[in-house]
Design a binder for this molecule. Sequence first.
Ligand code: IMP
Ligand code: MG
Length: 177
Amino acid sequence: MNVKVFKLIPEEDIKNKVKELADRISKDYLNKELILIGILKGAFVFLADLMRNLTIPSSCDFIKVSSYGKSTESSGIVKIVADISMPIEDKDILLVEDIVDTGLTLQYLINHLSLKKPKSIKICALLDKPERHKIEIPIDYLGFTIPNKFVVGYGIDYDEKFRYLPYIGYIEINGEE
Ligand code: IMP
Ligand code: MG
């Protein structure tokens, strides 16, 4: 199988956008107790950069959900592989996601985390593919709107490959997008 990666969002653009998002979040959460919850594995690079760019204190935790495996299509079935370990009751939560595709993962996780009674839950996503939405979830902090392509890099994988790329690219498999 021949997989080719084409650059979509350069490193510098991601860096600037992360800074812009972090500035907004820092203002909105001033004097609040912010907990970033990263959705693994895809969001780990984004969360690390976001956290380092915040000008307010924050803590973080992670939740791991099952992935697509070798497929580029979501099964629509979301499974929690590892839950958060911190208590979040009465805390302000920012759920950090790499990509919103159908929206089903976020819907599921918002319901799941709401049961733990946080004070607030907002969403921060690096990428959004509006053409693919099956459900509309308001994204409070969004990096980039992208076309309906399968993307990799900056923590995001195709079959565990390409997470290491410092930019966002899209892939073509055997000459097809
Ligand atoms: P959703 O539940 O359909 O919104 O899927 C969201 C999750 O699917 C994201 O957190 C990613 O892990 C994965 N995903 C969606 N689109 C892509 C893509 O283009 N490349 C890699 N992973 C993707
Ligand atoms: Mg993800």
